[in-house]
Design a protein around this ligand. Structure first.
Ligand SMILES: Nc1ncnc2c1ncn2[C@@H]1O[C@H](COP(=O)(O)OP(=O)(O)OP(=O)(O)O)[C@@H](O)[C@H]1O
Ligand SMILES: [Mg+2]
Length: 269
């Protein structure tokens, strides 16, 4: 096979901000094994990558490849066996639980399935809950919750309960809740998983706008190639490893093309 060669030099002068500014997330050789007593599952097998502040990154890969585990570890919700994770230069593994929880409450927003809306609370009550837990005064919490509902264009729906909202509206409330503390990083695990393609598109458009306007860093786990295509880059995982970091660094595995065009996300289990 004839390889097309070019004489182009890699673009080293572009993206100067990303080159000079320290990354907001830096993972180095992260290893995580689940030990259930019966079986040991190597969920992350030496994961390294960095994310620049303000980037919007998708994490894609087959079911079981370690995407949720990665997000949980990056956010400090789960401990890692070895390696290092720096968030804004801070090694969260060194924090005690209370400091970690506090750090998350101040700096991170979550759009996670396990962290669903509470059915008995109205939209605005759901959104203000993290603030009340963090000790913000009720009046101030309500003001900020309504501001956050404004961002997702749901202020008029503030008194509706989750069951009285559409799937897309519910997900927008979840996003409003994730944004209510103005976090530097928003983690989303399958944020469009349960939505039809039109609503999914609306959600990703909203996230993209918030990312651009507010400079927040978004890390989005998704199976949806359409969602992936709307982000700045796609980190591809397989078998607990990053096979392509979307910056030209690839690790050869079956079905992976060097230009990242292949989408090897067919279920492999
Ligand atoms: N709490 C746990 N205990 C034991 N094994 C686990 C646990 N959580 C995840 N695993 C295993 O770790 C591996 C990675 O799981 P993970 O949930 O990170 O995959 P994923 O890429 O998010 O998959 P999906 O796309 O299906 O959500 C899988 O083999 C899974 O069975
Ligand atoms: Mg998952």
């Amino acid at each position: 096979m004839i390889e097309q060669t070019t004489t182009e030099v890699p673009p080293q002068t572009a993206d100067t901000a990303a080159d000079t500014a320290p990354p907001i997330i830096a993972a180095t050789d992260v290893v995580k094994t689940y030990d259930t007593g019966k079986v040991r599952v190597p969920a992350l097998r030496g994961v390294s990558f960095a994310v620049a502040r303000g980037e919007m990154v998708a994490v894609m890969g087959p079911s079981g490849s370690g995407k949720t585990t990665l997000l949980n570890c990056l956010a400090g919700l789960e401990e890692i066996d070895s390696g290092q994770i720096l968030v804004d230069g801070t090694d969260i593994a060194t924090m005690d639980d209370r400091t970690k929880t506090d750090y998350r409450a101040r700096n991170m927003g979550f759009v996670f399935q396990f962290y669903n809306l509470l059915p008995v609370l109205t939209a605005v009550e759901n959104v203000e809950l993290p603030l009340l837990i963090a000790g913000v005064k009720p009046k101030e919490a309500r003001r900020r919750a309504l501001e956050s509902l404004d961002l997702v264009r749901l202020r008029e729906w503030q008194t509706q309960r989750p069951a009285e909202l559409s799937g897309g509206q519910r997900q927008r409330v979840t996003i409003a809740r994730a944004l209510v503390n103005d976090p530097a990083i928003v983690w989303a695990d399958e944020p469009t998983g349960d939505l039809d393609s039109e609503t999914a598109d609306e959600i990703i458009t909203l996230m993209r706008t918030l990312n651009r306007e507010r400079g927040q860093t978004f890390i989005i786990v998704t199976h949806d190639a359409g969602v992936g295509a709307r982000t700045d880059r796609i980190i591809r995982m397989r078998d607990g490893q990053v096979t392509d970091d979307g910056l030209g660094n690839t690790r050869t595995t079956d079905g992976m093309s060097a230009d990242g065009q292949a989408t090897p996300i067919a279920a492999s289990r």
